[in-house]
Design a protein around this ligand. Structure first.
Ligand SMILES: N[C@@H](CCC(=O)N[C@@H](CS)C(=O)NCC(=O)O)C(=O)O
Length: 205
């Protein structure tokens, strides 16, 4: 049995969507970030990085959204959500790496500037860059990654679950999704899927 460590309104949404899309049996454990539960010894044994999501499997704990999504896709090949073939797989890895290492980090400068600076003025200056940087990221995805109806074409893949984070990042940074028609259509299509739509609505509660 898998155990999924998550918090509502966080990037754990991506892995949560894939768990439900795949119909996986798992136990969900909410980690109270506001109370600092992720920094307590009990959770640090699960993820020493003090972050969600984390997925405990029979072989050990997996952290990082791209790794969790890949694991879930690989362990459910019948769903065909992890692209096969070296090039297709690398394309999926490239999009997921961009979301993890560039766009999510750009968004983190909005609320987590203290990770990078102590000077309040520097933190404020970094925060002021967030909307512009996220606009650039969204424009890049809009121009190069959304083949339609799903990110990589006809097949819903692990990337589509990860892309579910983009509208929330934009909204929290005050960037309108309306200026990105493909991303907006992707968001509407995601919400229309029974499993993904249910998870998104549940995280919004
Ligand atoms: N690269 C990680 C990022 C995980 C991450 O930053 N999670 C945030 C929530 S979105 C978190 O746990 N933050 C707690 C903190 O910064 O104290 C991933 O993709 O899983």
């Amino acid at each position: 049995m898998l155990t999924f460590y998550y918090a509502k309104g966080t990037s754990a949404l991506a892995a949560h969507i894939l768990l439900e899309e795949l119909g996986v049996t798992y136990q969900a454990v909410e980690v109270a970030l506001a109370q600092g539960a992720h920094k307590q010894a009990e959770f640090l044994q699960i993820n020493p990085k003090a972050r969600v999501p984390a997925l405990a499997t029979s072989e050990g704990v997996i952290t990082e959204n791209p790794a969790i999504l890949t694991y879930l896709g690989a362990t459910h090949p019948e769903a065909e959500m992890l692209p096969e073939g070296a090039f297709a797989r690398a394309e999926a890895d490239a999009l997921n790496a961009y979301l993890c290492a560039t766009m999510h980090v750009a968004f983190a400068h909005k609320f987590r500037g203290a990770r990078w600076a102590d000077d309040p003025a520097a933190i404020e200056a970094m925060g002021a860059k967030v909307a512009g940087n996220l606009t650039d990221c969204a424009a890049l995805i809009e121009a190069h990654y959304l083949r339609g109806p799903w990110a990589l074409g006809d097949q819903f893949t692990i990337c589509d679950a990860y892309l579910a984070l983009v509208p929330g990042w934009l909204s929290k940074a005050g960037v309108s999704l309306d200026q990105f028609p493909k991303l907006a259509a992707h968001w509407a299509a995601l919400r229309a899927r029974p499993a993904a739509g249910w998870v998104i609505a549940w995280h919004e509660k």
